[in-house]
Design a protein around this ligand. Sequence first.
Ligand SMILES: Cc1cc2nc3c(=O)[nH]c(=O)nc-3n(C[C@H](O)[C@H](O)[C@H](O)COP(=O)(O)OP(=O)(O)OC[C@H]3O[C@@H](n4cnc5c(N)ncnc54)[C@H](O)[C@@H]3O)c2cc1C
Length: 386
Amino acid sequence: MRFELTDEQRMIKSAAAELAQGFEEEYWIEKSRGNEYPREFYDELVKNGWIGIAIPEEYGGGGMGMLEMVLGMVEFGNQGADVGLMFVLTPVFGGLSVLKHGSEQQKEELLPKIANGDMRFCFGITEPDAGSNALKTTTTAGKRGDNYVINGKKTLISGIDLAQKMLVVTRTMPYDPKHKVAGITLFLVDVDSPGIDTSELDVGLSLLEKQYEVFFDDVEVPAENMLGEEHRGLIPLFDTLNPERMTGASNGVGFANFAINKAVEYAKMRQVFDVPIGSHQGIQFPLADSRAKIDAVELLLYKAAYLYDKGMPCGREANTAKYLASEFGFEAVDRAVQTMGGYGLTEEAGLMRVWKNIRLIKTAPVTNQLVLAYIGQHVLGMPKSY
Ligand SMILES: Cc1cc2nc3c(=O)[nH]c(=O)nc-3n(C[C@H](O)[C@H](O)[C@H](O)COP(=O)(O)OP(=O)(O)OC[C@H]3O[C@@H](n4cnc5c(N)ncnc54)[C@H](O)[C@@H]3O)c2cc1C
């Protein structure tokens, strides 16, 4: 594969860097300290077309693709902006899901609102007893007249307080071990529907989006709010997983670049035994090792996005990029903290929020064990491990 960015893609990268540079690092430190949502930054994302970047122009979007989205995300992360959940929730679970699997009516109604910032999404798959194994979903949707009625509970749901719609994974048929994949159905649910209740969870990260338990008690949803076909919701769900993994990988690569750059600057300047600490191999080589690893992951990420945009299989690249971005990214940020000695552990140094948040990518949106299970089975052709 020949990989070269077009002039337009280069301009997109520069535009993202410029937008992010308009927000000083102190802005992100303050927001994460107060667990406050960066509304000003998000508004700029909307105003500059980033949220609708992969939505076709006929629906009010930018008419570009996943490659442009991840190029931007990496640039935002390079500047220390925490954009992972911002992009996965609305542009991916809202925008791409509806674009690829919505009815024409859903596209016409929802996509322009997503692109212009009037509609934001959250995503509800995880339940107390159904995380990695989504087939064990117990939230049900039963038919009542022209509506479906949803009952059940979701957990660890990010950003429902900021959203108008939730993409909800339900069961419309009981779990049958003989036909495991049948019976899952997706719905686009208004989060202010009667019967939805939420309770905030205390997650020990520095995330800007809050997490919630969400309870569904006889929540009525019109049948036309189904996404895809009844009982066959795994198709749109699985289809969205590759872009989801790419947004996770972008966040990891961006954060790693941010941390490596910060550590290198510090290592060139800080003198302990009369020479800059960066002249010691014990400081320099771990950072060089991380630089090499993250450069490789970044290229793989762009390949994954390029293949996705061409409609080609990209599961191997998307999963591997998310796996390595989280493992090598976490390692890079940890090394950057170590480079800065005790100062690295202060909030002022600006790495602790990144250190905590990049840890999330090993676990969500999918755990790294499950990614390895995918690679073992689908890339290596080994027996299913679970
Ligand atoms: C901050 C945060 C935000 C989140 N936001 C959302 C959100 O917006 N929406 C949403 O729906 N969910 C969200 N999640 C949930 C997240 O997607 C799940 O936590 C994740 O998919 C793992 O599921 P689980 O927690 O149920 O772990 P489990 O499925 O209980 O797994 C526990 C451990 O066992 C391992 N394991 C399980 N099966 C196997 C196997 N076969 N082989 C090897 N290892 C295995 C897992 O990898 C994991 O390490 C969020 C989570 C966090 C922490």
